[in-house]
Design a protein around this ligand. Structure first.
Ligand code: ADP
Ligand code: MG
Length: 813
């Protein structure tokens, strides 16, 4: 069996339990384990150096480091190895060095590297001691004894020959099959301990995998592999099963911290596969990085992975003198190279009027100084006007081998950002054509990642253009719900675009108002409200599916539905008016919708979001015959009668509902029963009855004498009628369990709207709060009715019901 090199990151060593877990992962035969420092040790060492340089208390971090390690040693039960003594000694030594740093306020690089390298020595010793205590015969190796590098510049270059012979010599006399090697550190040409570079333990592991001719390298970390984006930023990110070395390199180079970029090349040269796995979930297969397989001709995702780097500065050299002068760019980059400043991205500029590139923010000042010095003559002459430097940017990079053969890949990265009005400051396509990088403002980094991620699929995204009329209670909540769901729906290949909006006074339009500050725009509108503009705006949008949502309660708006439908625009509405006007209009709406192959959806006309209308339609389409519908359709009346059923009088119950805001501003609108009657008309028509609102006999709960008086008078005098109304209602109840205001429709056309007594066996007797309940008796549901119950009013459920209607138009339900 070939040799396996494991690498465990700091998070896999962060506490005793995690270290114990490593013993379960190591098989104990023919393995090398390369470790990072425990938890955040290296960072804390860096903090102690920083503190010393600022003459602050540097021993805080040291004490913390000591206590974390001592705690782990104790919990692992490995005290007898005198590790605590070694640790205390080392910390004391570091403390002395920090004292000098703090006195001189100087910390030379070699000293810094020496101090930073302690963490791996401790972690490797701790792991080794623990494995020994578990009868795994392992030995500790200090990489600075066997790994030689030239650290005169970073990244360091490995002296492969010398390292190979030293490692061979070191291993020759060992009998053990498992070696625990420190990551991160090495020895330099001067014979001092140094580091490979920050976060370079992955690289250490790759170097040892190459030197040992390993069969594979497994990098154990805190995520189950490489994801399509950093899962901490993009929760929807998918775990990738397989990546090519080149894809991994590009992802790592542009910021995916899950594997260090230097790790890839040696493994690619040696054809050693890299596995990225979670030490917390070892059963998970993780991600394999290897040579590319023949990809299926049509991969599902054209972007393999997305990554980002923050803390980027954009620099621009600009001036007429740059035009046509060859060699300026070469000079720029050679100056930067001389100063050890690496360029992360160069932006193409066809004008040649400017040269634009990105570097790490912390290098920005140095770069400006170097360029100003290097181009002093050109600046003095005015050939170069300016050297701009702007910090606070992030680079977002999309990577995928498949992008090479993808026409329009660039637009797929840019469009979602443009749609969302995220400003793009520079764009480059990697020369490998395997990556596209865009520069955005740092504050847009997470959003940009999410937006592009949602577009990473090859399957076409369906667009739905939406116009919203009425941004009151329901309209506002609906817009919020759409905004919240925008990205999730995009994941499901649906892009919802609100292209126009109006209230009673104003009209606005845009690419996608969901992503704009529509609220503000409505304050200073483009135009006065006008229904014709709504149709126009939708018709001008080059999208196949269009819908108008009427969230107003306006009669006039409902009279325009025919026109909308005739224009090929779906209509979705909670507005009851259209369905309760004449039977003739009712039939015409359906005919025109049918002729134009569009839908008229109004689930929320009855009982808000409860799935009543759509259910009736579906079961009838499936051949069922509805025989009877019975329901408590008014939330207000449901509340009032639930109170009465608990013993309150009528007026006390009414006033409680009024105070809680459950009634209309004028409670007589609820008491009149007309709201219930309208819903009953809707449902009666839904089951094929030809009926007008005026045909229905409705019980009005308002005493006759108060029906036409002003509201104030009603509110003042209603209490005088309490006894009379309460007694009248109780007479209906007699010995029954409960009273309710019930609308009832039977298929033969008998309709009633009024108070009924409900026996113990009636589902209505179990109602509470302001809930609605509807019983559907049909041929299919003959033994017991289908019961639909729940909140039948409220902005949230109404908006969600309308939203559901919208989604059903494009089969996204
Ligand atoms: P370790 O300490 O094990 O070396 P790192 O913190 O260096 O761990 O790397 C793992 C982290 O990399 C993950 O927790 C995750 O937040 C981050 N990461 C960034 N990009 C990706 C990605 N594309 N896939 C998976 N993880 C990623
Ligand atoms: Mg790492």
């Amino acid at each position: 069996m070939g040799h396996v090199v494991h690498k465990f990151g700091g998070s896999s060593l962060a506490d005793a339990k995690k270290i114990q877990n490593i013993a379960n992962i190591i098989s104990g035969i023919n393995e090398t384990v390369v470790v990072s420092a425990i938890g955040k040790t290296t960072r804390m060492l860096q903090q102690s150096i920083d503190a010393a340089l600022k003459v602050q208390a540097y021993d805080v971090s040291l004490k913390q480091i000591l206590s974390i390690h001592l705690d782990i040693i104790e919990k692992l039960g490995i005290q007898k190895n005198h590790l605590d003594a070694i640790l205390r000694e080392d910390i004391e030594q570091i403390s002395q060095m920090l004292k000098t740093i703090s006195l001189t306020k100087i910390c030379a690089e070699p000293l810094k590297h020496f101090i930073l390298g302690f963490g791996e020595l401790w972690s490797a010793r701790v792991l080794n001691a623990y494995l020994n205590s578990q009868s795994i015969h392992s030995e500790f190796i200090d990489a600075s004894d066997v790994l030689y590098v030239d650290d005169s510049s970073f990244p360091v270059s490995v002296d492969w020959e010398k390292s190979q012979s030293l490692l061979n010599a070191s291993l020759e006399n060992r009998e053990t099959k498992v070696h625990i090697i420190t990551g991160f550190i090495a020895q330099n040409l001067e014979g001092q301990r140094t580091i490979l570079g920050m976060n370079c333990s992955d690289y250490s592991a790759a170097i040892f995998a190459k030197l040992l001719q390993a069969k594979k390298l497994i990098i154990w970390t805190d995520v189950a592999g490489v994801y399509s984006a950093n899962p901490q930023v993009v929760p929807e990110a998918r775990q990738l099963q397989r990546l090519s070395y080149k894809e991994a390199l590009e992802l790592a180079y542009f910021g995916a911290s899950v594997v260090h970029p230097l790790t890839i090349n040696p493994m690619m040269e040696e054809e050693i596969p890299i596995y990225i796995k979670s030490s917390f979930d070892p059963q998970n297969a993780g991600t394999i990085i290897t040579h590319p397989l023949k990809e299926p001709s049509k991969a599902k995702y054209w972007i393999k992975g997305l990554t980002s780097t923050a803390d980027v500065a954009i620099m621009r050299l600009q001036g007429a003198g740059i035009i046509g002068v060859s060699g300026i760019a070469a000079k720029v980059f050679s100056i930067l190279e001389q100063h050890g400043i690496s360029v992360m991205m160069i932006s193409q500029s066809s004008s040649e009027y400017s040269i634009c590139f990105a570097i790490h923010s912390k290098m920005a000042n140095k770069a400006v100084r170097a360029l100003e010095k290097g181009f002093k003559a050109e600046i003095d002459k005015g050939d170069i006007e300016h050297i701009y430097c702007d910090k606070g940017y992030a680079l977002i990079t999309a990577v995928g081998d498949g992008m090479r053969s993808q026409p329009g890949a660039l637009s797929k990265v840019i469009k979602p950002l443009a749609d969302a009005k995220v400003n793009i400051h520079a764009i480059t396509q990697g020369s490998s054509e395997r990556s596209i990088t865009v520069t955005v403002h740092e504050s847009d980094e997470a959003l940009a990642l999410k937006l592009i991620h949602a577009q990473a699929k090859n399957a076409p995204v369906i667009e739905l253009a939406i116009g919203i009329i009425g941004v009151g209670n329901v309209g506002k909540v609906l817009i919020e719900q759409m905004q919240n769901q925008y990205l999730s729906l995009l994941e499901k290949n649906l892009r919802i675009r609100v292209v126009c909006m109006m209230n009673s006074k104003r009209f606005i339009q845009g690419e996608n108002l969901l992503l704009d500050n529509w609220h503000e725009a409505l304050q200073s509108p483009e135009k006065k409200a006008n229904l014709a503009l709504m149709s126009q705006s939708l018709l001008n949008t080059p999208v196949a599916q269009k819908v108008i949502i009427d969230a107003s309660a306006n009669l006039e708006v409902s009279e325009h539905y025919l026109e909308f439908l005739d224009n090929g625009i779906h209509v979705v509405t909670p507005n009851k008016h259209a369905n309760t006007q004449s039977m003739e209009y009712y039939r015409e709406l359906r005919q025109v919708a049918l002729d134009n192959n569009v839908s008229f959806k109004y689930e929320t006309n009855v009982c808000a979001g409860l799935p009543l209308v759509n259910t009736l339609q579906t079961i009838q389409l499936c051949g069922d015959t509805i025989n009877k519908i019975q329901g408590v359709f008014s939330g207000t009346l449901s509340f009032i009668f639930n109170q009465m059923n608990q013993g309150k009088t009528f007026v006390d119950s009414l006033m409680l509902a009024y105070e809680k805001g459950y009634t209309e501003p004028d409670p007589r609108e609820d008491l009149s029963g007309m709201d219930v009657a309208r819903k009953v008309v809707c449902l009666a028509r839904e089951i094929g009855l030809s009926i007008e609102l005026s045909d229905i006999d409705v019980q009005n709960l308002t005493p006759k004498a108060l029906q036409d008086v002003p509201l104030a008078k009603f509110l003042k005098e209603i209490k005088h009628y309490d006894q009379e109304v309460t007694d009248g209602l109780l007479a209906i109840k007699q010995k029954a369990k409960a009273l309710h205001f019930i609308g009832e429709i039977d298929a033969k056309g008998k309709i009633s709207v009024g108070v009924q007594a409900c026996e113990n066996t009636s589902p209505f007797a179990g109602l509470s709060n302001a809930d609605n309940m509807v019983l559907i008796y049909s041929d299919y549901y003959c033994h017991s009715p289908m019961v639909i119950t729940g909140a039948g009013a409220g902005a949230e459920v109404t908006a969600a019901g309308a939203f559901g209607d919208v989604l059903s138009l494009v089969n996204r339900m």
